[in-house]
Design a protein. Structure first.
Length: 189
């Protein structure tokens, strides 16, 4: 079942990535573009990250926190006592808090990207989403190590789902993560 699911997730993920690229292309050509193209894609990325983590029996919040820690500790701006995005992610109890953790991480550890224009930041995200689409294609064909995919790529799907929402001015929900009735659970159930 999981193998078939990866093929389905790939199609959905590719469509979301194409919508972000389409938005960027329209903006560059001064053509009509809908913010909803990016916001819908951001929501899809967050949902797919949660579905894949759940299917793999993993806690998405834990994967995301570990990924932030990995990225931060290899960054030259990192030192003990500085911003700890992993701790912020682990402590987040709502989508809004998770969004703010990602924003704090970006401001501290990616000033090169945060300093770009919104259009350039969106284009940068589109490139990352394209890379994630390729990784999803590779895992769906059995050409990529599953452990590496789950540990690095799945949390990156969540990361860009959060970042795209922030770039387009969407304030995520204050509701508790994984609460009953939520359209999307963050923790594996």
């Amino acid at each position: 079942m999981r193998e078939n699911s990866y093929g389905n997730w790939l199609v959905e993920f590719a469509k979301a990535g194409a919508a972000v690229a389409n938005y960027c292309d329209h903006v560059e050509h001064n053509e009509p573009a809908e913010r909803s193209w990016v916001l819908t894609s951001a929501s899809t990325l967050r949902r797919l990250a949660a579905e894949i983590a759940r299917a793999e029996g993993e806690d998405l919040r834990g994967l995301y926190a570990a990924r932030l820690q990995q990225v931060e500790q290899r960054n030259p701006a990192w030192s003990p006592g500085e911003l700890d995005g992993a701790a912020l992610a682990e402590a987040a109890s709502s989508w809004r808090e998770l969004q703010l953790a990602q924003l704090a991480h970006d401001r501290r550890y990616h000033p090169d990207i945060v300093g770009l224009s919104k259009a350039d930041q969106l284009r940068h995200c589109a490139l990352h989403v394209a890379k994630l689409t390729g990784a999803l294609a590779e895992i769906s064909c059995g050409e990529l190590d599953r452990e590496d995919f789950v540990e690095r790529r799945v949390p990156d799907m969540l990361l860009f789902g959060l970042k795209l929402a922030t770039l387009c001015g969407e304030r995520l929900e204050e509701e508790a993560l994984g609460a009953s009735g939520q359209p999307l659970e963050l923790v594996a159930g």
